[in-house]
Design a protein around this ligand. Structure first.
Ligand SMILES: Cc1cc2nc3c(=O)[nH]c(=O)nc-3n(C[C@H](O)[C@H](O)[C@H](O)COP(=O)(O)OP(=O)(O)OC[C@H]3O[C@@H](n4cnc5c(N)ncnc54)[C@H](O)[C@@H]3O)c2cc1C
Length: 281
């Protein structure tokens, strides 16, 4: 159950282990906070591998049978019999029973704790870092905050953290790697964007016979020519997008990508050889 990255990743793990897997999601789009053309491509690849995706569906009732199986009644009238049901429908900070309200530390509506840039809460002697602060729920974000905190408390205080252009990967099969803004976020910003896009079969699958395909998308600000979003679905993309995240963070332009020589034969070379605009908005 669920449509976020954890549900999607676990569906891929179960399916990869050879288990008949159904991913049930109440919404009509998986990974809704990510670049949607890429997310839909990733969902399609998952379906090709055998994950059964049920959109706009909820489990209304689960009944355990005497032999241990779980009969899930869906709200569309159908039912599924499973040996395990896993819910990955969101996480909440466990701040409720800590007693922090007794010292005047109030949480936000979603149980996270607000801090300033020094990680001080509303009670200045109490600090908070990581997921509990409501910043992006990622291990490297928590780690980076810890490094800044240590520098502020015990070092020269020169370090700070930016939450822009944080790269991340969804470890579905194939991976979905992303850095910068999604098409939807850029449309909401209203800046003119040109999109370069390429879809192909990885060279290695010419022999393997696999039908797996790769999608690479580069979103470029039309006026400045800065690359503001890179999204990719393909094998081991988590490894690949980390390097390109440096370029996006450095605000490099499309010309600078184009001037970089590719490494052949790789998937990554496509990002420095995208010449034709696919569409713009
Ligand atoms: C299934 C899953 C997959 C994920 N995959 C990724 C991934 O691929 N990449 C990525 O970057 N991030 C991933 N994350 C997110 C990542 O785990 C978190 O962002 C990261 O762990 C945040 O670190 P943290 O120190 O803020 O919190 P946590 O790592 O959650 O640490 C909080 C600690 O506090 C302890 N604790 C809680 N309450 C109390 C209490 N009252 N007293 C004492 N101790 C307490 C908890 O037991 C826990 O050990 C994933 C998360 C999940 C759940």
């Amino acid at each position: 159950m669920g449509g976020g990255y954890i549900a999607v990743e676990f569906a891929g793990i179960m399916d990869g282990l050879g288990v008949e897997t159904h991913l049930i999601y109440r919404g009509d789009k998986l990974l809704k906070n990510f670049d949607q053309p890429s997310a839909q491509f990733a969902a399609n690849e998952m379906q090709k591998k055998g994950v059964n995706i049920h959109y706009s569906t909820n489990i209304s009732h689960i009944e355990r049978k005497s032999e241990g199986t779980l009969v899930c009644t869906l709200d569309n009238g159908k039912s599924l019999t499973a040996s395990q049901v896993m819910y990955a429908t969101g996480r909440k900070s466990l701040t409720k029973d800590l007693g922090i309200e007794k010292v005047g530390l109030m949480t936000r509506y979603n149980a996270t704790i607000e801090t300033n840039e020094q990680f001080q809460t509303s009670v200045p002697s109490i600090f908070a870092l990581g997921d509990v602060t409501g910043t992006p729920d990622l291990t490297p974000v928590a780690t980076a905050q810890a490094m800044v905190f240590v520098n502020q408390q015990y070092g020269d205080g020169s370090k700070s953290i930016s939450y822009e252009n944080i790269p991340t990967a969804i470890f579905c099969q194939p991976n979905f790697g992303t850095v910068g803004l999604s098409e939807e976020a850029l449309k909401a910003k209203g800046v003119p964007i040109v999109v370069y896009q390429s879809e192909f079969k990885h060279l290695k699958h010419t022999l393997s016979g696999s039908e797996e395909r790769v999608l690479m998308r580069m979103l470029v600000e039309k006026n400045s020519q800065k690359v503001v979003g890179m999204h990719m679905v393909g094998p081991d993309v988590g490894e690949l997008i980390q390097g390109f995240a440096v370029a996006v963070r450095a605000e490099l332009t499309k010309d600078q990508f184009d001037a970089t020589i590719g490494i052949h034969p790789t998937m990554a070379e496509e990002f420095v050889t995208l010449r034709e605009i696919s569409y713009s908005f």
